[in-house]
Design a protein. Structure first.
Length: 309
């Protein structure tokens, strides 16, 4: 199941690459192929009595047919494999139109074949199971479950909170550390400014409101820098910021969701937001310092200020 999850993750990475458009979209064929090849290898280990040490991509169709489990889309997948060879070995990138057609073939193959070979739906393979943090993984799985049930506001809220928690772990460590013990974060100055602004006039003076506005702008810019610096899906970030609720982080680690617009009813948008939150969690965990990769409950360091995003 873990390897199927990795195959699904490679598939989502291919979709992200395709969204970059123009000639860069052609590079999506490489992770698409990796996803299908890993999927086929796991299926062969599960269903075929014998498996050669080395098997070519096209040979899987003959091997499964001999075992009484014929695979669909053989001509289309042969064309897909040839296009992948052109990209990888000859540097010939297909047109955007061709990429769209090949992606449709890969998607149809995985969606139709997964239930037959593994008795599960391809979309039900949970990428969130790869996330190490129990708290983040729980929120992501709740978002995925809500999305599948059509509970879109709940899905967006859980995804937004999980993303916010991933950022918090990245900034402060999953075992929270004090300001002088952790690595610099681009939103540190803004957080400190906002904290000081709350002390000016009890939060009601013109000066304190101005400081808070400047601090929030600084936090947004610092957060955007983090997204770009770690090569997260910036468009996915814009989606979750646009369609998800505003998340208020409180002292002690609690989060409150505030809706500033009507929740969308478009399943594609919801899925994009959830997928972004999962991908961000995985990438930020991979970038965490070794001393931050613990499993202790999360919260704010003693000497840090709360933030509003």
């Amino acid at each position: 199941m873990r390897r199927l999850t990795i195959a699904r993750y490679l598939y989502t990475q291919a979709l992200e690459q395709e969204r970059k458009g123009d000639l860069l979209a052609g590079l999506a064929l490489l992770p698409f192929h990796d996803a299908v090849e890993l999927f086929l290898y796991v299926a062969a280990e599960t269903h075929l009595p014998t498996l050669p040490k080395s098997i070519e991509f096209a040979q899987y169709w003959a091997a499964f047919s001999d075992a009484g489990l014929p695979l669909p889309y053989q001509p289309q997948m042969r064309r897909f494999n040839l296009a992948r060879v052109e990209v990888k070995h000859r540097g010939t990138l297909p047109s955007r139109h061709d990429v769209e057609g090949l992606r449709s073939t890969v998607t149809a193959f995985l969606v139709e074949t997964t239930p037959k070979l593994f008795h599960i739906e391809f979309d039900s393979i949970s990428l969130s199971s790869l996330v190490r943090s129990d708290e983040v993984r729980s929120g992501l799985q709740a978002a995925e479950t809500a999305a599948q049930a059509g509970q879109f506001p709940e899905a967006l809220e859980q995804a937004a909170k999980a993303f916010r928690l991933s950022l918090r772990h990245h900034r402060f460590g999953e075992t929270p550390r004090t300001y002088d013990q952790r690595l610099f974060d681009p939103s540190d100055v803004a957080s400190d400014l906002k904290w000081r602004g709350g002390e000016v006039g009890g939060g009601f003076s013109i000066n304190s409101r101005l400081l808070e506005a400047v601090a929030e702008m600084g936090q947004s810019l610092g957060e955007a820098i983090t997204i770009i610096a770690y090569s997260l899906d910036y468009d996915g970030y814009r989606y979750i910021q646009t369609y998800g609720p505003v998340i208020h982080e409180m002292v002690g680690g609690n989060m409150l969701a505030q809706w500033t617009r009507e929740p969308t009813t478009d399943r594609r948008i919801v899925d994009r937001c959830v997928a972004f939150a999962v991908d961000a969690a995985l990438r930020l965990e991979g970038r965490a310092a070794p001393e931050d990769q613990s499993t202790a409950p999360a919260g704010f360091p003693e000497n840090s200020s709360p933030s509003r995003t």
